[in-house]
Design a protein around this ligand. Structure first.
Ligand SMILES: Cc1cc2nc3c(=O)[nH]c(=O)nc-3n(C[C@H](O)[C@H](O)[C@H](O)COP(=O)(O)O)c2cc1C
Length: 356
C-alpha cells in the first residue's frame, strides 16, 4: 500500500482530516499537527500552489493497524502478534524498471529542496526539516549490505542538508568505513514511502540486515525497488519524492536545535553533510513529514510497537534504554520522554556523544 493508497483508505474510513484553508510552512503546519491526533492532509501551503503535506498517519494503534492492512478494530495485542509473525517471514524486494517516481526528474544543477513545501515544524527548530518521516538508504562500503534507517535532515542550502545520527548507528558505521578511504558515501533519501517501510526503517535490526526485507514481510508482499541513477542504491518505486546524493567525507556541520522525541531541543554539532545529485518526484507529490516532541506522537506509537518486537535502540546509555523500553511497551509516553532526558543535561541520543 503506497502512501497515496493509505491516504485514500483513511479517507474511506472517515479517518482523514483535509485542511483546505491556506497554511504557512513556517510553524503553522507543525502546530496544527501537534494539536491533532489524527491524520492530516494540508492541501494549500502558502507559496506552494498544488503541493500537499501529510502528517500524523500513524498517530494511534488503530492507524498502525490500517497501515498494515489489518482491521481498524484490532487492539494493540493483535497488532503486536501480526507484526511478530510478519517479522518471521521477511520478503526480499524485487527490482523493477519503472515506477511513478520517475514522473519528474531534476538534475543536480537544478535541485532546490525548498521547491518542496518543507515545513519549519516548531519555533524550537533551527530551520526547515526535509527529513522527519522519511528513509535514508546506504550500503556498507566494504560488504555492500544495505541499511534503511530514519535520520533527521535539516535543509542547509538548495542541495545541501544535514544528516544527524550517532557514530554507533548503522549509518554512522557506513560513513566511518567510507571515510577510512577518503570516499564520499552514496545515500538515497525517500520521502513519502509506505508506512510499513517507515516502521521497518525505524527498527533497530541487526547490523547487515536489510530493512527492506522486513518491510516486505510487514506488507506481506515484496517491495518493488527502482535503481537510482547517480548512486548504486535502490528506492521504493512508488515513493512520493526521492533524492540521490553523497555524504561528504570529513565534513561535519551543526544540526538543530530540533525538538526531538524526548520533547527537548537537541543540537548535534557533528552531523554529516549531504549533497544531492538528483531528485525525483511523482506528479503532484505528497510531502510526508511529522512534528514530534509531544508524548504519544506518531514516533512514539511506532517505537511502542517496536519495543514489543525488541527492535528499539536510541544509541544512548544502556541504563537509559533499560528504563525506556518497558515504558514504551506500557505506552507510558510522558515518563518515557522524561527518561530520555535523564543522564546528563544535554543527552545527545543520536548525537556524537552517545555512549553505549
Ligand atoms: C520519526 C523518527 C525519527 C528518527 N530520527 C532519528 C535521527 O535523527 N537520528 C537517528 O540516529 N535515529 C533516528 N531515529 C531512529 C532510527 O531510525 C532507528 O534507531 C533505526 O533503528 C536506525 O538505527 P540503526 O542505525 O541502528 O539501524 C528516528 C526514528 C523515527 C521513527
Amino acid at each position: 500500500m503506497d502512501l497515496r493508497s493509505f491516504i485514500d483508505l483513511l479517507w474511506s474510513h472517515g479517518r482523514l482530516k483535509r485542511i483546505e484553508p491556506e497554511v504557512d510552512w513556517r510553524f503553522e503546519i507543525g502546530r496544527i499537527t501537534r494539536e491533532h491526533r489524527e491524520p492530516l492532509l494540508f492541501e494549500n501551503v502558502r507559496g506552494y500552489p498544488g503541493s500537499r503535506v501529510f502528517t500524523n498517519g500513524l498517530s494511534s494503534p488503530e492507524l498502525i493497524a490500517l497501515s498494515l492492512g489489518l482491521g481498524s478494530q484490532q487492539g494493540m495485542k493483535e497488532i503486536i502478534n501480526a507484526a511478530k509473525n510478519r517479522l518471521q517471514k521477511p520478503l526480499s524486494p524485487v527490482i523493477v524498471d519503472s515506477g511513478p517516481i520517475l514522473q519528474n526528474i531534476v538534475r543536480a544543477d537544478d535541485i532546490d529542496f525548498l521547491e518542496l513545501p518543507v515545513p519549519q515544524w516548531s519555533p524550537r527548530d533551527a530551520g526547515r526539516y526535509l527529513g522527519t518521516w522519511h528513509v535514508n538508504v546506504t550500503k556498507d562500503p566494504e560488504t555492500g549490505t544495505r541499511n534503511v534507517g530514519v535520520y533527521r535532515m535539516q535543509v542547509l542550502g538548495p542541495k545541501h542538508a544535514t544528516v544527524s545520527t550517532s557514530p554507533t548507528s548503522d549509518l554512522g558505521r557506513h560513513v566511518a568505513k567510507a571515510e577510512k578511504t577518503g570516499r564520499a558515501l552514496p545515500m538515497a533519501v525517500a520521502i513519502g514511502v509506505s508506512e510499513a517501510v517507515m516502521i521497518a526503517a525505524s527498527a533497530a535490526c541487526p547490523y547487515g540486515y536489510d530493512e527492506y526485507q522486513f518491510a516486505g514481510g510487514l506488507e506481506t508482499k515484496p517491495l518493488q525497488l527502482l535503481k537510482c541513477e547517480t548512486v548504486d542504491l535502490e528506492i521504493p518505486a512508488d515513493t512520493e519524492i526521492a533524492i540521490e546524493g553523497f555524504i561528504q567525507p570529513g565534513e561535519r556541520v551543526q544540526d538543530g536545535p530540533y525538538l526531538d522525541y524526548a520533547g527537548k531541543a537537541n543540537t548535534n554539532p557533528k552531523a554529516f553533510l549531504f549533497e544531492a545529485t538528483r531528485m525525483m518526484f511523482r506528479d503532484n507529490p505528497i510531502f510526508r513529514g511529522s512534528s514530534i516532541g509531544l508524548p504519544g506522537a506518531e514516533d512514539h506509537q511506532v517505537f511502542s510497537l517496536l519495543a514489543h518486537l525488541k527492535l528499539v535502540d536510541f544509541h544512548g546509555r544502556r541504563s537509559r534504554q533499560f528504563v525506556q523500553n518497558p515504558l514504551l511497551r506500557k505506552r507510558l509516553f510522558r515518563p518515557f520522554q522524561l527518561a530520555g532526558r535523564l543522564g546528563g543535561f544535554h543527552p545527545r541520543h543520536w548525537g556524537p556523544n552517545s555512549a553505549r
